[in-house]
Design a protein. Structure first.
Length: 234
């Protein structure tokens, strides 16, 4: 057997300095990255009838702080965020939450995380380069997507099992891992019906979205118009 394992080479940390509609800026020379994902969580369900402790899975916990270590690079006065790691850090608002992205090119994976942040200068020692540690405090669960996918498309279809609407709606494109609002339906409804909601399945058995509900863009989606009887005509 030949292993398919990959090394950690190539991992990168970036931040959307100017919002998720712009390209992220990446830190250079990252030396260590933390584990990212779900922390084990369980609830003790042991009862008087149990012969041993019994547990059930609890709500997933993704809140562990994520600390990245990178080489410190001299701050360049007047330089842009891309000039050095310290320049990038100094360009960020200490009191703001940012969208962060971690790339794993060897594994064809990338992770986006919304989180607050803090940083510190590493300790100095003889014959050792200076480090910078940047810690992300997650506000939401990490979103795992294919590496190199910067955005996903949300499309709309007027035809579903509930009726055949007509017309066209422009697809929406959003950065991977971000959310957008479910829009108003501008399709023409079938005779005797009105728009009820959006659904990810044409038969209405998927995820349902009402106007302005948040849609997490972690894949390409098509929303089908679900039509309901127009009681106002009765």
């Amino acid at each position: 057997m030949v292993t398919k394992a990959k090394t950690a080479k190539g991992i990168k940390l970036g931040v959307y300095v100017n919002g998720s509609n712009q390209a992220p800026v990446f830190f250079e020379e990252v030396k260590a990255s933390p584990a990212i994902g779900e922390s084990p969580a369980k609830v003790d369900a042991t009862s008087f009838d149990s012969n041993a402790h019994e547990y059930v899975k609890d709500i997933p916990d993704f809140s562990a702080d994520l600390t990245f270590t990178m080489n410190a690079q001299p701050y360049i006065s007047g330089g842009t965020a891309e000039a050095s790691n310290l320049n990038l850090i100094q360009s960020l608002d200490k009191n703001a939450a940012y969208q962060w992205v971690v790339l794993y090119p060897a594994l064809n994976q990338q992770v986006t995380i919304l989180g607050d942040w803090s940083w510190n200068m590493g300790a100095g020692a003889v014959s050792q380069v200076m480090d910078v540690e940047l810690t992300i405090i997650p506000r939401s669960a990490p979103i795992f997507t294919d590496y190199g996918v910067d955005s996903y498309t949300l499309s709309f279809n007027p035809v579903s099992d509930s009726g055949t609407g007509t017309g066209e709606m422009t697809s929406q494109v959003a950065s991977a891992g971000t959310t957008i609002k479910a829009p108003a339906c501008t399709f023409t409804a079938p005779e005797g019906k009105v728009f009820g909601s959006w659904n990810t399945e044409s038969d209405g058995t998927g995820v349902s979205y009402d106007l302005n509900d948040s849609i997490l863009m972690d894949a390409n989606y098509t929303l089908y118009a679900i039509w309901v009887t127009d009681n106002s005509t009765e």
